[in-house]
Design a protein around this ligand. Structure first.
Ligand code: PAF
Length: 287
């Protein structure tokens, strides 16, 4: 049984622990999270641990106010550090970096922020203005603080993953981004910390998202328009779901795939189920 991870609350403490691990010849892995951990998060730790058993694995747990808009769920976002630490002990994380908001933003916020550019204003970024500037800003800070060799990001947040990868490339962060596959419940629901907001009825309705993506993929040979229509039809047939956006994007540019496009795409869905906004996606080839 792996030992419990040490909880570090300050930038100085995590930098000290990382420096000691580096001095001992260990590589450093960072798994950024906002806590409320589920098996999807634990898969990140398992993956980096399997690839490099000697790595020093830091999991950051920080609910980042910069990426929440007015009226979103920043205040009620679940904060479950003891439970998170117990789960991380089962997969062998070495340290949890759990700073306070004051530790991360001693001046009350970040005056200078990373801009997520044009892609940052589409899909999730259009629905949540400023979200990706806030997410990239905290990811940049975490990468500077921890200085990992590898950092993991989940495919569930496909646009965030694309933008983080692009930030790392455009701004020359010396880190390798490891993509982690979506982890699903046995009935197909993509794991998310926000699933705990769903009532039993809402949870059943939420299955329409993964069903719509299965319908999308079944039309992969028929082109972008057919994929979109199939996705929308499944969502429209579920009365408990209020669709947000549905899109098929070129996986390399994260812009809509035109009719006739052939190559890797990501089908994206966002929907409101009750008061909860959920997103999901599927990767396949068109044509
Ligand atoms: O994906 C998340 O949980 C967050 O957006 C991240 C990457 C930890 C930044 O706050």
């Amino acid at each position: 049984m792996p030992s419990a991870p040490v909880v570090l609350e300050t930038i100085a403490a995590v930098r000290g622990a990382v420096a000691a691990a580096r001095a001992a010849g260990r590589t450093i892995a960072l798994v950024p999270t906002m806590g409320a951990l589920h098996d999807g998060h634990l898969a990140h730790v398992t993956r980096v641990r399997a690839a490099d058993p000697g790595a020093f694995v830091v999991v950051s747990v920080f609910v980042n106010p910069l990426q929440f808009g007015a009226g979103e769920d920043f205040e009620r976002y679940p904060r479950t550090l003891d439970d998170d630490a117990a789960k991380l002990a089962t997969v062998g994380a070495d340290a949890i970096f759990a700073p306070s908001v004051a530790e991360m933003y001693p001046d009350g916020g970040a005056l200078v922020r990373v801009s997520a550019g044009a892609v940052g204003g589409t899909f999730e970024g259009a629905a949540r203005p400023g979200h990706f500037d806030g997410a990239l800003t905290v990811v940049a800070k975490l990468l500077h603080i921890v200085g990992p060799d590898v950092a993991t990001f989940g495919r569930k947040d496909a646009q965030q993953l694309w933008l983080v990868s692009r930030m790392v490339r455009d701004l020359d962060f010396p880190v390798r981004i490891e993509e982690i596959e979506i982890v699903r419940e046995p009935d197909g629901l993509a794991m998310s910390s926000r699933n705990r907001y769903l009532s039993t009825t809402e949870r059943a309705a939420a299955l329409a998202l993964s069903r719509s993506l299965a319908a999308a993929e079944a039309q992969a040979g028929a082109g972008a328009g057919a994929v979109l229509a199939a996705t929308q039809a499944v969502l429209a047939a579920e009365p408990g779901v209020e669709p947000g956006y549905v899109a098929v994007v070129d996986a390399s540019t994260f812009t809509p795939a035109p009719e006739g496009f052939r190559g890797p795409v990501i089908a994206l869905v966002a929907a409101r189920v009750g008061a909860t906004r959920l997103i999901d996606n599927a990767r396949f080839r068109l044509g």
